[in-house]
Design a protein around this ligand. Structure first.
Ligand code: FE
Length: 280
């Protein structure tokens, strides 16, 4: 067994997206442009409604999957394939945009706290032209493991007997949301083929065997390859652990579109401008 060690600790950058929603971006930044297969990770949230009330009005996507996980507040979403619903705390929206989707995500509350995450997973060339697919996962459908030391919510992958609802996925994703009590350990196996990271929401962690810099909130902790992850909480901590098998293809980014070449980005822009997206 080789233990997973810390590669780099990155502070999330303040950014804004949609109609000016304030967020903290950690993947998709100059320091961590692409952690294959992960293209972007945003923490969006605020206790000030002016930071999020304008939401994410209708916009297109192509070539990626977006995984949205709400912890506080509510979001109303609607898309061009007819999916509609209100996301509540604990719920997950997993969208495979394939060849094209147009969607909107608007806050469904006038005040109060908003907190959520959006992760973008790349799709391999052979899936980028697939029909879009949409999965809505209610909080009570996630796998949940509880013991005296920790709570592990499983959005993807498996922890002990708790299984995530997203199975048979090409990158074999692992997506855990963990609350770990002070001085307790969290351990899990990780496929050596996978790239992985921890996103720390709150607390302070010690990861692996080697010394590393102090971890802090809203830090992205990139991890080395290995097959066993051992995390100790120096104080009660809350974090995400996310891993996936790299796709290993070149990428071209064009805002909400991620393809393999620049020409395919131009094609996506043309298709969108010609009104082709909403027809899928
Ligand atoms: Fe979007």
């Amino acid at each position: 067994m080789s233990e997973v060690e810390v590669k780099k600790i990155i502070k999330a950058l303040n950014a804004s997206d949609g109609a000016g929603v304030k967020l903290k971006r950690s993947i998709g930044t100059p320091e961590a442009d692409y952690i294959d297969p992960f293209l972007m990770l945003d923490e969006f949230g605020s206790e000030n409604k002016d930071d999020y009330i304008a939401g994410f009005p209708p916009h297109p996507h192509r070539g990626i999957e977006t995984v949205t996980y709400m912890l506080h507040g509510q979001f109303e979403h609607e898309d061009s394939i007819g999916s509609k619903g209100k996301m509540k705390p604990g719920d997950v929206q997993w969208m495979k945009t394939g060849r094209g989707i147009i969607h909107s995500e608007m806050p469904a509350m006038a005040g109060g706290k908003l907190l959520g995450f959006q992760l973008w997973i790349n799709m391999p060339a052979k899936f980028k032209k697939n029909k879009p697919e949409y999965f809505y996962i209610k909080g009570n459908e996630l796998g949940i493991h509880k013991d005296d030391d920790k709570i592990v919510k499983v959005i993807a992958g498996q922890f002990e007997k708790a299984k995530g609802p997203q199975t048979n996925h090409n990158v074999e994703p692992i997506y855990f949301h963990i609350v770990l009590n002070e001085d307790k350990k969290f351990e899990c196996e990780v496929p050596e083929s996978h790239n992985s990271f921890i996103y720390l929401l709150d607390g302070e962690l010690n990861i692996g065997n080697k010394n590393h810099n102090k971890t802090d909130n809203s830090n992205l902790i990139l991890l080395e390859r290995g097959n066993k992850l051992v995390v100790k909480a120096n104080k009660k901590s809350e974090f995400l652990f996310i891993a996936g098998r790299p796709i290993g293809e070149s990428i071209a980014r064009g805002g909400p579109f991620v393809m393999n070449t620049k020409a395919e980005i131009l094609e996506a822009i043309q298709d969108y401008n010609n009104g082709k997206f909403a027809k899928y």
